[in-house]
Design a binder for this molecule. Structure first.
Ligand code: ZN
Ligand code: ZN
Length: 327
């Protein structure tokens, strides 16, 4: 199967006229895995196929083009191929794209997470794929996540203890996906939460999909003291909750597993919770798909991932330049 990586992001399959997570001038079909900025496009003229939550989130984030909703786990036939979206467990609406054609089958993961984020549709994959294109954001053996239950307990304890001591807890979490996951994990506490405005706007899609985000409202500077606060790290430097003297800050990210981040960010607690899979889950998933070839993208360490795949006799290549391998 011939793959073309068009610029820094996006995959193009010239034989099928398929573009994924980017647009291509010759594409007849443009798929988007999820609504993070590095995956969604804003090109009005590209008719876009995606899951319903992804399209809703894309519209809230400025996409104005035409679109077709695809249901998860349900094959969609075209004259050249069959495509099925599988839930990727990364953020709400996130999908892996599975394409079956005369050139074989290909699974493009986008960003994904196993086990899935509890604030998503879950995770489900086809039994196998001839070709696998996988991100490897956390492609180093130092990244091994705690279980979702352990992380939920850590997050709730931080909020409870901080409030009990008369401080306001602040969770630093990206506006789409991580913020809602943190809110969902905090929902059982029933304590009022205030969310940064940009993240708040996206919460409606989660509520429509019946994800419990607890007792939440949009951030208000004057009344935020004593609430649980959720915002991206950039908002904090922009003055978010700067009127609250007694606050404690938790940084929620896969990168929080690096202790050095604490001093870089001057936060009170690091909570290593990611919406990507960890290194071991990544290697296991590649093995489970039993592919003829794995293409590795979105990674600072392709050689490390390749080394571990070689050890399991899984053929792989790094996909990062303009034009990529035939196979
Ligand atoms: Zn993403
Ligand atoms: Zn991404």
């Amino acid at each position: 199967m011939r793959l073309l990586k068009a610029g820094y992001q996006g995959i193009y399959l010239p034989e099928l006229g398929v573009a994924m997570d980017g647009t291509h001038p010759d594409a007849d079909f443009t798929f988007v895995t999820h609504a993070h900025a590095d995956h969604m496009h804003k090109n009005r003229s590209a008719h876009t196929y995606a899951s319903q939550p992804t399209l809703k989130l894309m519209h809230l984030r400025g996409f104005r083009g035409s679109s077709t909703e695809l249901k998860f786990n349900t094959p969609f036939e075209t004259d050249r191929f069959t495509v099925t979206l599988y839930p990727a467990g990364h953020i709400l609406g996130s999908a892996m794209i599975f394409i079956e054609s005369d050139s074989g089958s290909l699974l493009y993961t986008g960003d994904y997470r196993t086990p899935p984020s509890p604030a998503t549709e879950g995770f489900n994959a086809p039994p196998r794929a001839d070709f696998l294109i996988t991100e490897a954001t956390f492609g180093l053996p130092i990244y091994r996540w705690k279980t979702t239950d352990e992380l939920a307990e850590e997050i709730r304890s931080f909020a409870k203890d901080t409030l009990a001591e008369g401080y306001t807890p602040v969770f630093l979490a990206y506006n789409l996906g991580k913020a809602q996951e943190i809110m969902h994990l905090l929902a059982p506490l029933n304590h009022p939460a205030m969310i940064h405005g940009a993240g708040f706007n996206l919460c409606s899609v989660y509520v429509e999909e019946n994800i419990d985000l607890g007792n939440f409202m949009a951030y208000e500077r004057e009344t935020c003291e004593g609430k649980i606060l959720v915002c991206p790290s950039s908002a904090l430097s922009g003055g978010f909750a700067s009127n609250v003297k007694k606050k404690r800050i938790a940084y929620c990210s896969g990168w929080a597993s690096l202790e050095s981040r604490r001093t870089q960010l001057t936060v009170d607690k690091l909570i290593p919770i990611s919406d990507h899979l960890d290194f071991y889950e990544l290697i296991d998933f590649c093995e489970r798909m039993d592919p003829k070839k794995v293409y590795i993208t979105h990674t600072p360490n392709p050689d490390v991932v390749k080394h571990f795949l070689d050890e399991r006799n899984i053929s792989s290549a790094f996909l990062n330049t303009e034009m990529q391998a035939d196979d």
